[in-house]
Design a protein around this ligand. Structure first.
Ligand SMILES: NC(=O)c1ccc[n+]([C@@H]2O[C@H](COP(=O)([O-])OP(=O)(O)OC[C@H]3O[C@@H](n4cnc5c(N)ncnc54)[C@H](O)[C@@H]3O)[C@@H](O)[C@H]2O)c1
Length: 389
């Protein structure tokens, strides 16, 4: 046992072991010598660096992070982390090996965080200070809420959108709130415009730390046999091609940043099917696959790549609305609300509820999260009613 780390089994975590066998293993785990987490001087943030010690382990050690609270009366973002570490013997971890190996339960000590390693909750508003965050499609809707939120967290935000007028309005709004923002015209479906936008951002901001690939279009509501091939191409070019294209040209800068983070906006309709949306579903399914693939390739160079999959958001895509008569738009909105009401949380989400999850994934608070596809759907994809018209 050392000063920096002390192993014990908090009762709240013990309660997750419900079977007698699990309780026996938990008691057994407490008898093993403890391993301490890295101190600030030794290495990266404690949740990402929780694969502690000097043992040579050819495969990454799985780490389970469970929320908790450390110092009484004061919650710390990292001090609040209890970490369950499986120490393997070097074999690839499997479900079987997890149950057969020693389980160690460690709690990061408050002293580590008083010294500045852990962010106090009051620091959260500044967790992206100095980071350059690019939000494609940040002029309106969900992208706008993300841009506002990232700026509120201290990031220097760049909106890359084909709608410059609304982009400039969002920039003014962010600056009115004492945030740092600018806008660059860019159609993400156009390679030359993406290259020019990335060059401009790097020249004017010095690099890119965060990329949020949000720009997207819904496409026409029609079954596959009636879908115009040009519409198919356009939806794929924006929703999937735009993510690939911006990623391709921004990745060298995300790597150079040393803490690059990409968050792609997918959809629950990349996970399950939706009526009359073949191109949209295909494009969002592609975003999910590409997210996982990029996470695999770029984890080793320190870039995290995640996606969120929003469900019914109270911001039906403007483009779709603009092509509807007011009566049809009103009917459409009612249908969405009725469908959303069937989901476990019983309502549509606000754009701010999407933005807060994106801000988390973009930040070091998610320093050990990559390749994740996080539904923001009120439980929709856990439920049978998904895909209702
Ligand atoms: N609204 C929802 O319910 C919902 C649900 C799941 C996923 N999403 C996804 O969230 C993202 C944002 O959706 P939203 O509802 O805010 O849409 P929105 O139409 O309100 O805003 C989209 C923004 O992207 C921009 N944009 C569109 N095409 C572009 C292009 N080719 N290049 C650059 N910018 C472009 C638009 O100008 C606009 O600013 C999309 O990817 C969408 O698929 C939305």
């Amino acid at each position: 046992m050392t000063d920096q780390g002390r192993c014990h089994t908090p009762s709240s975590i013990q309660s997750i072991f419900t079977s007698p066998e699990a309780r026996r293993r938990c008691r057994q785990a407490r008898r093993f010598p403890m391993r301490r987490l890295k101190t600030p001087a030794e290495g990266p943030a404690c949740n990402g660096g929780a694969t502690v010690g000097s043992d040579h382990q050819p495969f990454p050690t799985p780490t389970l992070v469970v929320d908790g609270q450390s110092a009484p009366g004061k919650i710390h973002a990292r001090a609040a982390t209890r970490v369950l570490v499986q120490r393997g013997s070097g074999r690839r971890p499997s479900r079987h090996s997890v149950t057969g190996k020693r389980l160690l339960l460690c709690v990061v000590q408050p002293e580590q965080h008083e010294s500045g390693e852990g962010a106090d909750v009051s620091d959260v508003g500044a967790r992206l200070t100095g980071r350059v965050a690019v939000v494609t499609g940040g002029s309106a809707g969900i992208g706008r809420a993300i841009a506002v939120r990232l700026a509120g967290d201290g990031a220097r935000v760049v909106i890359a959108d084909r709608d410059v007028e609304r982009g400039e309005a969002t920039v003014r709004d962010i600056r009115d709130r004492a945030g740092d923002a600018r806008c660059v015209p860019c159609d993400v479906a156009d390679r030359a415009q993406v290259v020019a936008a990335v060059d401009w951002i790097v020249a004017s901001c010095g690099g890119i730390d965060i990329l949020v690939n949000n720009a997207g279009v819904p496409g026409p509501s029609v079954a596959a046999h009636g879908l115009d091939e040009d519409d198919w191409e356009r939806v794929l070019a924006v929703n999937l091609g735009g993510v690939f294209r911006f990623a391709k040209y921004a990745l060298p800068h995300l790597i150079a940043s040393g803490h690059g983070s990409m968050v792609n906006i997918a959809s629950v309709f990349g996970i399950v099917g939706a009526h009359l949306a073949p191109a949209y579903c295909a494009s969002k399914g592609g975003v999910i696959g590409l997210t996982r693939q990029l996470a695999v390739d770029y984890g080793a160079v320190g870039v995290r790549v995640n996606a969120v999959a929003p469900g019914y958001i109270d911001n039906d895509m403007d483009e779709r609305r603009s092509r509807m008569t007011p009566e049809v738009a009103a009917q459409h909105q009612l249908a969405r609300e009725a469908a959303a009401a069937l989901q476990p949380l019983g309502r549509q989400a606000t754009v701010e509820e999407v933005a807060s999850v994106v801000a988390f994934l973009a930040s070091d608070d998610a320093s050990f999260v990559t390749g994740a596809i996080l539904p923001i759907d009120g439980g929709a994809t856990s439920h049978f009613n998904v895909g209702a018209r």
